[in-house]
Design a protein around this ligand. Structure first.
Ligand SMILES: [Cu+2]
Length: 115
């Protein structure tokens, strides 16, 4: 059992260390999550929460609970069309403020602050 725990710890260390080398200049892109996953719900033609603060390396997951297709589209990132019930994830590697909107419904706006 102790060996198993040690092995899992080792794998975790490797998994945490490896993605650092693969990161490029792109401020936000869709990759395997390396940090926390933070949820934004799309419901009633609105992003909830509208404004969200995360840490660099965190992934934001938008889940569409409406009956129409939405997107979360901002500076350097795009979930693409999210059909009802679908979700899309974007990992934010670089600190900054990212405003975004829904492409089919530009009045739907949100903001991600990355520390
Ligand atoms: Cu929309």
């Amino acid at each position: 059992m102790k060996k198993l725990i040690a092995f899992v710890l080792l794998l975790t260390l490797i998994a945490c260390a490896a993605p650092q080398q693969q990161r490029g200049d792109t401020s936000a892109r869709t990759v395997e999550p390396t940090g926390n996953v933070v949820d934004v719900t799309i419901e009633g033609f609105a992003f909830n929460p509208t404004e969200l603060t995360v840490n660099a390396g965190d992934t934001v997951r938008w889940t569409n609970k409406d009956s129409v297709t939405h997107t979360a589209t901002g500076q350097g990132f795009d979930t693409g069309p999210l059909n009802p019930g679908q979700n899309g994830e974007v990992t934010f590697d670089k600190p900054g403020t990212y405003t975004y909107k829904c492409t089919p419904h530009p009045s739907m706006k949100g903001k991600i602050i990355v520390n």
